[in-house]
Design a protein around this ligand. Structure first.
Ligand SMILES: Cc1cc2nc3c(=O)[nH]c(=O)nc-3n(C[C@H](O)[C@H](O)[C@H](O)COP(=O)(O)O)c2cc1C
Length: 157
């Protein structure tokens, strides 16, 4: 099947848009993520899929912790900012107010809610890694409706 056909049909799947933050101790970074799912109640676990080639993927390998920040419907600019490719030395994270979770990863102050996670497994899946994380802490920060693919945001290549 052609890549364009696959991506066209993929864009029909409704999903939320989050910023997953990675890296601790001065090398914090984040990326827009929509390939994310909850996978277990007990222990509480989430998973998301990350391109093997992202800078964030290297940071996650060095420090196997991450925070999922659920964005609100008025946060398309934040999603677009974190969808920009970065590299070592960029300070993508400091554009928006944040504070450190227990893991050290960034919680965006404007997010609707967050999950602070420790990586428990990593599975190879084509050009991505499926990252499974145990939720160590979570919280609701702000009221609001979620940012979703219905706002025209899609993960394409
Ligand atoms: C709506 C949207 C959803 C995205 N979802 C994912 C995703 O689930 N996994 C992924 O690896 N990249 C995803 N991306 C792409 C990354 O956000 C983008 O490549 C980013 O530049 C990577 O950041 P980095 O270069 O700082 O590591 C998405 C982009 C957009 C616009």
């Amino acid at each position: 099947m052609s890549k364009s056909k696959y991506q066209e049909v993929l864009s029909r799947i409704p999903y939320g848009v989050s910023v997953v933050t990675v890296g601790v101790g001065g090398i914090e970074n984040g990326l827009a993520v929509s390939w994310l799912s909850q996978v277990s109640f007990d222990p509480p676990m989430l998973m998301f899929s990350i391109d093997k080639g992202h800078y964030s993927t290297d940071l996650l390998e060095d420090n196997p912790v991450f925070v999922v920040n659920l964005l609100g419907e008025d946060e398309t600019k934040i999603a677009a900012h974190f969808a920009r490719q970065s590299m070592a030395g960029d300070d993508k994270i400091d554009r928006f107010p944040w504070h450190a979770a227990e893991s050290g990863c960034a919680i965006l102050d404007s997010a609707l809610a967050y999950f602070d996670c420790e990586v428990t497994a990593r599975h190879e899946a084509g050009d991505h890694w499926i990252i499974v994380g145990e939720v160590k802490d979570a919280g609701v920060l702000n009221d609001g409706k979620p940012l979703t693919s219905l706002h025209g945001l899609h993960y394409t290549r």
